[in-house]
Design a protein around this ligand. Structure first.
Ligand SMILES: CC(=O)[C@@H](O)[C@H](O)COP(=O)(O)O
Length: 276
C-alpha cells in the first residue's frame, strides 16, 4: 500500500512520497527523467503549454516522465480564470486526467498567484468535474475559501517561484496548516533540502519542488537529497517536537546531580581538593 500507515491522500488516492516535483528548467529531458526517478516522487507536474497536445511528435516532455508516475498538468501561463479553464480542458483531452494544478499568475515580475482569479477558476474547474490543486498566496482566508470551493488541496507559496528563497511565508503557512481540512502542499521557492524538511516539520502534507532540483549542479543527487529531507521532516513532525525553551536560560541535557555528581565530588575529595 503506498505510504504504509502514513499515506499522502489526495482526493481519495494514496501516495507514498510526499515530494511532488516539476519538470521545467532541466538541462535535458534525460537528466529530468533521471532526477524524477531519484526523487522517488509519484506526482509530477507538467506545464500544459509545454506539452505537445496533439501528441504528434517524438521527444515530447511527456515521453520522459516514467509511466508509473501520476501526471499533474498545470495551467502555468494563464493570467485569468477563463484561460486557466481553457488550458485545463485542453489538458484533460490530451493527457486524459481530471487532475489539474491551477496556476493563475498575471504578474510577470513575481508570478504571484492572483487570489481573485484563482478562486474564480477553482469554482469553474470544480463545477466542470476537475480535481483541483490550486497554487495560491499564503493567505489563510483564501486557503479556506479554496477548500470551501471544493479544491482537493491548497498549495500556498513558500516564496516566489524559482527564487530558491525558502519559507519566507512560514508564519502564514503555519496558520493555514493548522486550519486546513485538505492536504497543504507547500509550493514554490523551496531552495534547499532543509527548506523541504522545515515545511514538513511544521505539518505540511507535502512539498512541490522544481527549480532547486533542476538548476542544481547535480540535479539527480539533489533530487535524492530532497527525497530524504522530505521524509526526515515528515518523520520529525510525526515524532512530535519537544518543548521550546526560552532564549535566556539553558536546560541541562544531563542531570547535574546523581551518580556522576557524587563520583566527581568523591574524586575531588580523594585528590584533596575539597573536604570529603
Ligand atoms: C513547476 C511548478 O509547478 C512551479 O510553478 C512551482 O510553483 C515550483 O516552484 P519552484 O520552481 O520555485 O520550485
Amino acid at each position: 500500500m503506498p505510504g504504509g500507515d502514513d499515506p499522502l491522500r489526495i482526493a481519495g488516492q494514496d501516495f507514498g512520497s510526499r515530494l511532488l516535483v516539476g519538470t521545467g528548467k532541466f538541462g535535458s529531458h534525460q537528466v529530468m527523467r533521471d532526477a524524477l526517478v531519484a526523487s522517488g516522487a509519484e506526482i509530477v507536474t507538467v506545464a500544459l503549454r509545454r506539452v505537445d497536445l496533439d501528441r504528434a511528435g517524438e521527444g515530447d516532455v511527456l515521453d520522459f516522465v516514467p509511466p508509473d508516475m501520476t501526471l499533474l498538468p498545470n495551467t502555468s501561463g494563464a493570467v485569468n480564470a477563463e484561460e486557466a479553464h481553457r488550458l485545463a480542458r485542453l489538458g484533460r483531452a490530451a493527457v486524459g486526467t481530471g487532475l489539474v494544478k491551477l496556476e493563475v499568475t498575471p504578474d510577470p515580475r513575481t508570478l504571484a498567484p492572483d487570489p481573485v482569479e484563482t478562486l474564480r477558476a477553482a469554482e469553474l474547474l470544480v463545477a466542470d468535474g476537475f480535481t483541483v490543486l490550486p497554487y495560491c498566496p499564503a493567505d489563510p482566508v483564501l486557503a479556506r475559501r479554496l477548500e470551501e470551493a471544493g479544491c482537493a488541496t491548497v498549495m500556498p507559496l513558500g516564496s516566489w517561484i524559482g527564487s530558491n528563497r525558502g519559507l519566507r511565508t512560514r508564519d502564514a503557512l503555519e496558520v493555514i496548516i493548522e486550519a486546513a481540512g485538505v492536504p497543504v502542499v507547500v509550493d514554490a521557492g523551496i531552495g534547499v533540502p532543509s527548506d523541504a524538511a522545515e515545511a514538513m516539520e511544521i505539518g505540511a502534507a507535502a512539498v512541490l519542488v522544481n527549480t532547486a532540483i533542476a538548476v542544481a549542479a547535480d540535479p539527480v543527487a539533489m533530487a535524492r537529497a530532497f527525497a530524504l529531507a522530505t521524509l526526515a521532516g515528515r518523520l520529525g513532525y510525526r515524532a512530535g517536537r519537544g518543548t521550546v525553551g526560552t532564549a535566556t536560560r539553558a536546560e541541562a541535557s544531563s542531570p547535574l546531580t546523581g551518580f556522576l555528581g557524587a563520583a566527581t565530588a568523591g574524586a575531588a575529595a580523594t585528590a584533596g581538593l575539597v573536604a570529603p
